[in-house]
Design a protein around this ligand. Structure first.
Ligand code: ADP
Ligand code: MG
Length: 726
């Protein structure tokens, strides 16, 4: 961004004095023609069709959209620093007279301007410039510049400063507020945004423009929240005395006002989604029947108390005539599959179908085998559906799904493709939910609608998150927690080793396999292509097979055909292979209880959640298990911290809260990718402390103020609410 001498200038933008004495206009909902939400952005000067279209790409169509398009940061241009007092590394506004401007031909052609203000000299350096610009910087011209001060070869300099010409006799007006910096990704110029927000703020200021303040007089910790109008005026043009750090940290009370409102709006939209779902009908499924009893008798173990409790919670939901929407959180290995199976049995006992969806082929395949072996003795047909089925098999599968012969369908996201038609789907189980977006989940529910009846939904995740956070992020779901592992599980010993001690690790694998144990060797290459990852696994498998002649080595990776993958997994499960070399395809759900040693290469590159998932492949039986985290080269501080957490803890909840701390909820919950919760000003990690009050406030508004609920959702979530209508 640059202010050219003859271009658009935002002098005066900041000079608009904005007083902070705005009266709240709560309650005056009538005069719609002045409501910010109803006024097009095109009413502002400088917004033609082209600019309007670009603004639309930023989601800005109305003046309200614009007012809620907040600066991402601020710069302090409220003081002019004498050149003699500049320090390298700081951002500064300077003002001086051009002494000399010349083009220099070095390795690159550049324009250099020498500026002096009587206290010192500085060089302005431009790599991109044109003749007009060169001309405008002639000797004697007065400039005001803003940029970072750097130390160059011949003293201090500014590279591509933002600058403007000033008339020498003009008074020394500087910016009277901090300068807002807006995100300008869609080709809308910074100065355009500053100019447009200035116009909108002026109208807001003198009450030509009215905002609906849905939280008038709201108190947070006994302190009244500032009025919305006041907060917006402030945040678009903060006064010069606010420390930039406070704003950068999002801690200012004016920011908290908007953060609170945004978190509230998202919570409300999820809660609304949930109550809309509750108005739908669902098939009532019977309490535990004969099949469940027979199944429990043949099961080789006793359910844990936690499993029984959660099964009970699910059963209660299923007996209601409205669709269940329940999330089951349970650490890796806590036994979620059996819990899902008990729900599936209810659907079958009721005379309906159930579908189980898993995020990867390998996991879906494994669920299929488990469900098949559990259900075949009960004469229940389980069908497998993945995108990789051959045409004939696929046709057969679709047929039995359509005519109801298949009571249980297990598969990948292929389950919600167009051609799949269910006969009478009463239950959908989604395993490892963080890998599916909310939209996929809703699409699957949509598919199952039968005579106005929606399928019940059971969602299972091994990414446990703290309760308040979960209440906000999953406000559309009820939650159950399996907070107990099956008995006899021993903690996995975890060691962290540099990969220059690889030989020792190989010897350890050798000893384990000779002793009749099984091991995984996981090859990871994050940020590289899948092809490279598979290649690395292939090479590793070859090297290990050669080094360990008496060890039976198998290989699975994502580029293998599903039959080949499946065959290897079966061989490993049946003990026909000792060592399984794999890519991260085995990350979720794979269950081979006899495997007790896991080697993870390049562990420093993986996140905590992924490491915990991978490590969870061992320690599933009664054997003492070991996980070796091998790392390459020097460890960064964060990587060391992650590996340290893994070494010290086996507890999924602890690891998850550490993960939240290190990476933040957007990454941990996968909401970044799925677009489930796209927050503008709030940050779930930083602003967690607001959540209890947000939840309380949401309750109150849902009971008392429908208009506020609708208004807040429209303002902050907007289009996103559309999935509420699915
Ligand atoms: P996850 O919660 O990670 O999906 P699984 O459902 O795969 O866990 O269960 C892990 C292993 O524990 C499986 O081998 C399963 O058969 C076994 N298991 C589940 N519940 C119990 C229990 N109550 N007692 C003993 N073993 C159990
Ligand atoms: Mg599982």
């Amino acid at each position: 961004m640059r202010i050219t001498a003859d271009g658009e200038s935002d002098a005066g933008v900041a000079a608009t004095t904005i007083q902070m004495s705005a009266p709240s206009d709560a309650g005056s909902h009538e005069d719609m023609e002045h409501r910010s939400a109803a006024i097009s952005i095109k009413t502002l000067k400088g917004v033609g069709p082209r600019v309007a279209e670009r603004l639309a790409r930023l989601g800005i169509r109305t003046l309200e959209d614009l007012l809620f398009y907040l600066p991402m940061r601020y710069e302090d241009r409220t003081r002019v620093t004498p050149i003699g007092a500049l320090r390298a590394g700081s951002m500064a506004v300077i003002q001086g007279r051009v002494e000399l401007t010349e083009i220099k031909y070095g390795r690159r052609r550049m324009l250099l301007s020498r500026l002096s203000d009587g206290t010192g000299f500085i060089t302005l350096r431009f790599f991109h410039f044109n003749a007009r610009q060169q001309e405008s910087l002639h000797r004697g011209v007065q400039l005001r510049c803003y940029a970072e001060v750097r130390r160059g070869r011949s003293g201090l300099e500014m590279v591509h400063p933002e600058y403007k010409r000033i008339e020498s006799d003009a008074p020394l007006a500087v910016e009277e507020t901090l300068t807002p910096i807006y995100s300008t990704t869609e080709g809308v110029h910074q100065l355009t945004l500053r100019n447009l927000t200035r116009q909108a703020l002026e109208r807001l200021q003198n009450d030509q423009l009215r905002l609906s303040d849905w939280l008038p007089d709201y108190k947070l910790d006994d302190h009244p929240l500032p009025a919305l109008k006041e907060a917006l005026l402030y945040l678009h043009r903060p006064p010069p005395d606010v420390p930039l750090e406070v704003l950068a940290e999002g801690k200012h009370v004016m920011q908290q006002r908007l953060i609170f409102e945004e978190l509230l709006a998202h919570t409300l939209s999820l809660r609304q989604l949930r109550s809309r779902m509750r108005k739908h009908k669902a098939f009532v499924l019977p309490a535990e029947g004969r099949l469940s009893q027979r199944f429990l008798q043949t099961l080789g173990f006793k359910l844990t108390a936690a499993q029984q409790r959660v099964i009970g919670e699910i059963a209660a939901d299923l007996q209601r005539p409205e669709p269940m929407q329940r999330l089951v959180q349970g650490d890796v290995g806590s036994g979620k599959t059996v819990v899902a199976l008990m729900a599936v049995l209810r659907a079958v006992e009721g005379g309906f179908q159930a579908a189980v969806m898993a995020p990867t082929e390998i996991l879906a395949e494994q669920h299929f085998r488990n469900f098949h072996s559990w259900l075949a003795p009960l004469d229940i047909e389980v069908v497998w559906l993945s995108g990789k089925l051959k045409t004939a098999e696929r046709k057969k599968a679709l047929q039995s799904i359509g005519n109801g012969n298949a009571r249980v369908v297990v598969g990948t996201h292929a389950l919600f493709q167009q051609e799949v038609r269910f006969w009478q789907l009463a239950l959908v189980v989604v395993d490892e939910q963080h890998r599916f977006g909310v939209h996929q989940r809703l699409a699957l529910r949509e598919k199952g609608i039968h005579n106005d009846h929606y399928p019940h939904q059971l969602i299972m995740t091994a990414t446990p998150i703290p309760r308040t956070l979960s209440m906000a992020v999953y406000a559309d779901l009820d939650t159950s927690i399996i907070d107990e592992l099956p008995p006899g599980r021993k903690p996995i010993e975890t060691v962290v080793i540099p990969d220059n001690r690889r030989d020792e690790v190989v010897a350890r694998v050798h000893r384990a396999c000779q002793a009749g144990k099984q091991a995984y060797w996981v090859c990871t290459l994050i940020d590289e292509s899948e092809a490279l990852q598979c290649q690395a696994a292939e090479e590793t498998a070859a090297v290990l097979a050669e080094a360990l002649a008496d060890v039976r080595v198998g290989l699975v990776h994502g580029r293998m055909k599903s039959e080949a993958k499946e065959q290897i997994m079966q061989q490993f499960k049946q003990g026909e292979l000792d060592l399984l070399v794999a890519t991260t395809v085995i990350e979720v759900g794979v269950d081979v209880p006899n495997a007790s040693l896991m080697i993870i290469e390049n562990a420093e590159r993986l996140g905590l959640a992924q490491l915990h998932q991978l490590r969870g492949r061992v320690g599933r039986g009664s054997l003492d298990s070991v996980c070796v985290l091998m790392y390459h080269g020097h460890l960064s501080k964060q990587a060391r911290e992650r590996l340290g957490v893994m070494r010290e803890s086996n507890d999924g909840f602890r690891i998850a809260s550490k993960d939240l701390e290190l990476r933040g909820p957007g990454e941990v919950l996968g909401t970044r990718q799925t677009g489930q919760l796209q927050l503008r000003v709030a940050d779930l990690q930083r602003d967690q402390h607001l959540l209890p009050e947000v939840l309380r406030c949401a309750d109150t508004l849902l009971r008392r103020d429908k208009e506020a609920v609708a208004g807040l959702i429209a303002r902050w979530v907007g289009q996103g609410t559309r999935y509420g209508d699915v």
